[in-house]
Structure formats: structure tokens, C-alpha cells
Design a protein around this ligand. Structure first.
Ligand SMILES: [Zn+2]
Ligand SMILES: [Zn+2]
Length: 252
């Protein structure tokens, strides 16, 4: 299982990071379509893949704006199907608002819409594996995801406050990805916006005992883009934790 971090920033793109998009090219699976989604079709083509299952954690703009980007690839026939999975109300919001005539009037016919079961948490078959989803704490809601295939376990939790139960959800993952929108010291804003600061994320990483943990959805307003959440100054961070950057590839 290959995991490619196409976009690792939150909120808006900056000179270093595009917004959330993670691709498993050999599985034809993508999570979120932030501004980095423009990179997905070429990476799929490199693996000879023309169909995509796209799972949306939620429908905030920094996770869906890229859905308007792949028209040229669709016209050329190098991207022939995009099956979009998510909460029903999020899929409806994307169709009604992002693809409104006054915002972006071309809805590709190869997009199809697949609402998840209306449960707090659940499991369904996607892209040749099992996708587990779980509701998180974020304005309007968001989904934590765990994808299991070929005996590997990949966990992706973004746009959420640190949640009880996440360490269990991510237990023994081959790769655990969690958001860290803010460094320590921004707890008030993190709570108001439904995001996480460094210390509780490191505690989750420690408890989950994942083989590797990568932090994403870092703020574009960070003072140091090389260490946007202050990981270098953290006391005793688990050794397998790092901040992801655009272009990072992990093989599980
Ligand atoms: Zn976001
Ligand atoms: Zn969000």
C-alpha cells in the first residue's frame, strides 16, 4: 500500500503546502480533494489507474475545492470515474454550492455520489479494502477514517479536536495520520474551531502505538514552515512522529 501526501496544509494553500489531499494511487483511493487534488490525476496515471474512489472527511472548502480541477483529465479520458463517498449532507452541499452555476457551472458526468450509512460509525467495502469511519468533533462534523487492505492499516483523522477513543481507533496502525493545526499555546482557538494542538496529538500518538505517525493540516500562518507545530521543542516526542510535507510518500 502506497500513501502519497499531495496536500498537507489546512485552511488555505501557501508557498509550502496545498490543502488536504492524500492519495493511495495503487488502490485508486483518495481522501479529500483540497487544493492539492490537481496533483491526483497525474499520480494515478503514473500507476495506470483511471478510476478513483474519493472519500470526503467533510465538505469545508479546504477539503473539496479541488473537485473543480480535473476537467482536462476527464476530457482526455485519463480519468474516467470518480466515486465520491461521504455524509449525504456533505455530498449534497458540494453539488448544490460548489457546483452552483454562479460558482463553477460544470459538474463532470463521471462524478457519482455515494452517501455513507447514516450511523455515528461504520464499515463499508471501498477500493478493494475495508473503510471504517467514525464521527469526530468539528464544526458541522467530520469523519475519522481507517482503511484496511492487504493486511495493512492506514488511519487518517483530520479536522478534529483530540478525541477519546482515537488511540483505540488507530491502534497498531501501520501509518497513523492526525491533524495538528496549531502549536501549543493556541488551545482556545483550537477548541473554537474544532482543531488540535501538539501536546494532545502526541499523547494520542504515544497511546496508539502506530508504526509511524505523521501530522497534517498544519496552519499556513505558522512562523516556521519547516517545523510549523513546534515538534522540535516538544518534550520527549515519540520517535516515530513527524510533520508531513507535500510530496512525501510512504510505503506500508
Ligand atoms: Zn480543514
Ligand atoms: Zn474543517
Amino acid at each position: 500500500m502506497n500513501v502519497e501526501f499531495l496536500g498537507t496544509g489546512g485552511y488555505h494553500p501557501d508557498a509550502h503546502r496545498h490543502t488536504t489531499c492524500v492519495l493511495l494511487p495503487d488502490r485508486g483511493l483518495c481522501i479529500d480533494a483540497g487544493s492539492a487534488f490537481f496533483r491526483a490525476p497525474e499520480r494515478l496515471a503514473a500507476h495506470g489507474v483511471t478510476e478513483l474512489d474519493l472519500v470526503l472527511t467533510h465538505a469545508h472548502l479546504d477539503h473539496v475545492v479541488g473537485l473543480t480541477f480535473p476537467l482536462a483529465h476527464i476530457e482526455r479520458g485519463t480519468l474516467t470515474a470518480v466515486r465520491i463517498h461521504g455524509r449525504r449532507e456533505k455530498l449534497d452541499a458540494v453539488r448544490e454550492h460548489l457546483f452552483a452555476r454562479d460558482l463553477f457551472p460544470v459538474l463532470p458526468p463521471c462524478f457519482t455520489w455515494h452517501p455513507l450509512p447514516e450511523k455515528e460509525s461504520g464499515t463499508l467495502p471501498v477500493a478493494g479494502g475495508r473503510l471504517h469511519f467514525r464521527e469526530q468533533t468539528h464544526p458541522g462534523g467530520s469523519l475519522g477514517l481507517r482503511y484496511e487492505a492487504d493486511g495493512k492499516r492506514f488511519v487518517f483523522c483530520t479536522d478534529t479536536a483530540p478525541l477519546p477513543g482515537t488511540a483505540d481507533f488507530a491502534a497498531d496502525a501501520d501509518l497513523f495520520v492526525h491533524e495538528c493545526n496549531f502549536p501549543d499555546g493556541w488551545e482556545d482557538l483550537a477548541e473554537r474551531t474544532g482543531h488540535s494542538t501538539l501536546t494532545p496529538v502526541l499523547e494520542l500518538a504515544r497511546a496508539a502505538r502506530a508504526r509511524r505517525t505523521l501530522l497534517v493540516h498544519v496552519s499556513p500562518d505558522a512562523a516556521d514552515p519547516a517545523d510549523p507545530v513546534g515538534l522540535g521543542a516538544a518534550t520527549n516526542p515519540p520517535p516515530h512522529v513527524a510533520v508531513a510535507v507535500d510530496g512525501l510518500r510512504a510505503e506500508l
